[in-house]
Ligand binder design. Structure first.
Ligand SMILES: *[C@@H]1O[C@H](CO)[C@@H](O)[C@H](O)[C@H]1NC(C)=O
Ligand SMILES: *[C@@H]1O[C@H](CO)[C@@H](O)[C@H](O)[C@H]1NC(C)=O
Ligand SMILES: *[C@@H]1O[C@H](CO)[C@@H](O)[C@H](O)[C@H]1NC(C)=O
Ligand SMILES: *[C@@H]1O[C@H](CO)[C@@H](O)[C@H](O)[C@H]1NC(C)=O
Ligand SMILES: *[C@@H]1O[C@H](CO)[C@@H](O)[C@H](O)[C@H]1NC(C)=O
Length: 219
């Protein structure tokens, strides 16, 4: 890994000023969903809110309460952040959804079970486990912008899971670990259950389509 050099820091500084400019020039709000004491709040925020600061989110964002049983599979075209405390509500909010830019923050010291989340079209993932380990945020670029991808993805975001060509499986237990975020992708998969016979867990996942797709494991 390269050490931060003065020139890099300058560049980063310049880039953040540039991106701040972009934000202030009317960038779309981002979605923040948080779960606290069995209440799910779905917020639209114009600013970045410090992880797990529930009262600040209630103050700064425009939030509404959603009932846990009313959560439906959906898709997010912009940036989505979820603050969660256990895997079951996270699963209900995120399993089989379509999202390209995702941040997950664990806001408790709970130990999470090994269980997988299936996400369609994920390009960038950031995770933070500040409540558990005082580690800096980690981020992962899953598949970057090959030009063809950016054309393929928006249409699949509207047609749903059935036409998903980029499937990511995220091991929820990665939030327990002290290691860095890793992923590997396999292209040209014809059938998840057939191509990974030893990974019987995958048989529980509905097969999105009968075309070839890209499968990414995040662990
Ligand atoms: C949260 O709100 C956004 C609109 O702001 C909507 O698109 C999304 O489906 C909502 N999510 C849930 C889980 O209700
Ligand atoms: C954007 O977020 C602000 C609060 O941060 C809220 O007042 C505003 O209604 C939101 N805009 C949209 C379009 O959701
Ligand atoms: C996601 O759905 C699969 C298949 O139904 C299930 O096995 C898995 O436990 C779910 N993941 C979470 C985190 O709930
Ligand atoms: C986490 O990693 C750090 C540095 O690699 C190490 O010092 C620490 O003991 C680890 N903590 C646990 C709980 O494994
Ligand atoms: C894939 O699905 C399409 C429509 O659902 C069908 O016409 C085609 O025969 C299928 N191909 C294979 C190889 O099963």
């Amino acid at each position: 890994m390269a050490l931060p050099c003065r020139r890099c820091l300058l560049l980063i500084g310049a880039l953040s000023i540039f991106s701040l400019d972009c934000v202030t020039e009317g960038q779309k709000n981002s979605t923040l969903i948080f779960i606290k004491q069995n209440t799910i709040r779905n917020c639209s925020c114009s600013a970045d809110i410090r992880d797990c600061d529930y009262s600040l989110a209630n103050l700064m964002c425009s939030c509404k309460t959603i009932l846990p049983f009313a959560v439906e599979r959906t898709s997010y075209s912009g940036h989505l952040t979820i603050w969660f405390t256990d895997s079951s509500v996270l699963g209900r909010l995120l399993n089989f959804t379509l999202v390209q830019d995702l941040k997950l923050s664990l806001c408790s010291s709970n130990t999470l079970p090994t269980t997988y989340l299936a996400i369609c079209g994920l390009k960038r993932l950031r995770i933070s486990t500040e409540a558990k380990n005082p580690f800096p945020e980690q981020s992962l670029l899953i598949h970057s912008t090959r030009d063809s991808d950016s054309q393929v993805l928006p249409t699949s975001l509207h047609t749903g899971w059935q036409t998903c060509t980029y499937v990511s499986f995220l091991d929820v237990a990665l939030f327990n670990r002290n290691s860095s975020l890793k992923s590997y992708s396999i292209e040209n998969i014809a059938s998840i259950a057939h191509d990974f016979p030893d990974f019987s867990y995958l048989k529980a996942f509905p097969v999105p389509n009968n075309k070839s797709y890209v499968v990414t494991f995040i662990y």
